[in-house]
Write a protein that binds this ligand. Sequence first.
Ligand code: CO
Length: 460
Amino acid sequence: MKVNFTETVLRDANQSLIATRMPFSAFEPVLSKLDKAGYYSLECWGGATFDSCLRYLDEDPWERLRKIRAACPNTKLQMLLRGQNLLGYKHYPDDVVRLFVKKSIENGIDIIRIFDALNDVRNIEVAVDETLKNGAHASGTICYTLSPIHNLESYVKLAKEIEALGVQSICVKDMAGIMSPKEGYDLVKALKENVKVPIVVHTHSTTGLGFMTLLKCVEAGADVIDSAISCFSGGTSQPATETLVYTLKQYGYEVDVNEKVCKEINDFFKPVRAKALESGLLNPVVMGTQTDALIYQIPGGMLSNLVAQLTAQKKLDKLDEVLLETPRVREDLGYPPLVTPMSQMVGVQATANVLAGERYKNISKEVKSYIKGEYGKAPGKVSEELQKLVLGDEKPFTGRFADTLEPGVEAAREYLGDRATCDEDVLSYIAFPTQAEAFFEKRDMKKKNTFTYSINKINN
Ligand code: CO
């Protein structure tokens, strides 16, 4: 049996370990090697890379993608897309989603992994449809979580709904690294028995389960697994590529990844990691194993956010109470998967409930929108009491929220005028307006400077 590998060093590993701060110049020299390693795909775009390029790295994210494409002609390039939210946290109108997907593919993306934080299929269907229309691979995604209403049956039902959209694969996305080897095995087995498309497994090493879970998932028939080159693996990142290749080859699985090339790639990244450690960008804590997430059943990132929030308010002594309140709030909201933005929403509300000494005395704007139905359908039943508090006698919106939005592309085009040089610019602006405008301004300055410089040269 064959096992395929998706290498995450340029996107998820970069995002999980060093807040996506790796500039293009830092990995440019290794791209031709990544192209020769035998990966099924290279996850290199989407997620936080786009925002980080504009906000911190002074890079045009589209140009980064085109350069990776040119340097890796033989490997499929993959991106992560938050369905109707694209790369952000709010819903965009369909014309924006379609243009974004079309341009991502035009600029070099082959595979788009598309998910929705609530597993509401209506929030991924337009992105999937546009991906298929443009001849690319849509990987429909299940956000994995644990709750009384999430079980094999509900995941199989969801997988069938996703498969019906026409996706070419289904990814189990365990963003918190809480899927155990047993749960992974049972889930992949159930999916293999019930859907025809290949199954991809994505997890994190945060709690230490990662390697075991991936091995058991492969035994259950997983077709593709995500991993990171070893010196950018472990902790909040993915399990190590080389270790998995070594193990799976011993078991007789067919693996295309070349160990020699992996060694060269890893040697390349060693000084990149050393520099990140030295500057403090890479905190050794995130590379360790954090098992508290297994006790509280909440993602490690969310736990550290709660601690930071309470520390800032000098209320760290309330942590235990907040940790007890968190699952109660999650239950009231109908058990949303604890992935961004739901993890923040639940954490902030639980903290507010504890600090106010009264539940839902202050209800956050986000929780209100969620209850109104503006994020999509809650996985389970929302507490009636809470619903009354927010909506009174009104009913929540049950349609697809994007249907209520006005088209956005033309308006952004008009607003930007000749500051936008192409549709990619317009999309950058729609996704991250402030960052994009600042980026355009700097880019214009550079152009002017270069122009003055050339004039001076001619004059001299
Ligand atoms: Co991830």
